[in-house]
Ligand binder design. Structure first.
Ligand SMILES: C[S@@+](CC[C@H](N)C(=O)[O-])C[C@H]1O[C@@H](n2cnc3c(N)ncnc32)[C@H](O)[C@@H]1O
Length: 196
């Protein structure tokens, strides 16, 4: 409906059209900024550092993996690695499955699946061993993650915990309450290891 006094083609009409176009452009750019912000917000910290992860941490993590394999005497057992990251060390195991909640970290890894430590998509006792290397301090619900580990493993467990993690004391207490483990002191982690 035309307003009285605004004739199509008049100066007022042109100004009104210009204002509408400008407002539409401003709203569109807000929408683009919102979409970008929302996307980066949705990514986990590990999604963002995934590409450079191996270069930064491969050496120190490999040392922990080797200690675990040696102390748990892992040969051809079915192993679940919770918070597996890039799982660059998966070739050291004969029967390996990794799970991680960062899609970027597990990108291209057929032996790894996307999922949460607090809600493992596996049946009870479906793995001989569970390992968890420098990941547990990142889990939202450590208690639930530990009860999930207990549910899916048969007899071997190794949880490597970053010594400087804020929740270190709380995590150690929960591990000791739930598993019969010894402690191996490593440069940056304490590795809790046990076999039934
Ligand atoms: C420091 S990295 C360790 C990766 C690997 N274990 C290693 O030693 O190289 C921690 C990993 O835990 C994963 N993570 C954090 N919270 C998780 C959760 N709730 N469930 C599964 N994975 C999780 C992160 O995405 C990240 O890949």
């Amino acid at each position: 409906m035309r307003q009285p006094g605004i004739e199509p083609g008049s100066r007022r009409w042109q100004r009104r059209i210009l204002t509408i176009v400008l407002l539409a452009r401003i709203l569109a750019s807000f929408k683009i900024i919102y979409i970008l912000f929302d996307y980066t917000n949705f990514m986990t910290y590990y999604d963002k550092i995934a590409k450079g992860y191996n270069e930064l941490y491969k050496e120190e993590q490999l040392n922990k993996v080797k200690l675990i394999i040696k102390n748990l005497n892992i040969k051809d057992e079915k192993v679940l690695d919770i918070g597996c990251g890039t799982a660059f060390y998966s070739n050291l195991f004969k029967n390996y499955t990794g799970i991680d909640n960062s899609k970027e970290m597990i990108k291209g890894k057929k032996e790894c699946i996307y999922g949460n430590a607090e809600n493992l998509p596996f049946k009870d006792k479906s793995f001989d061993a569970v390992i968890c290397i420098t990941s547990i301090h990142n889990f939202k619900d450590v208690k639930k993650a530990i009860s999930e580990m207990k549910r899916v493993y048969k007899n071997k467990v190794a949880i490597s915990v970053l010594k400087k993690a804020k929740k270190f004391g709380e995590i150690r207490k929960l591990i000791k309450e739930n598993f019969d483990v010894k402690e191996i002191e490593e440069e940056k982690d304490v590795i809790f290891i046990g076999a039934k």
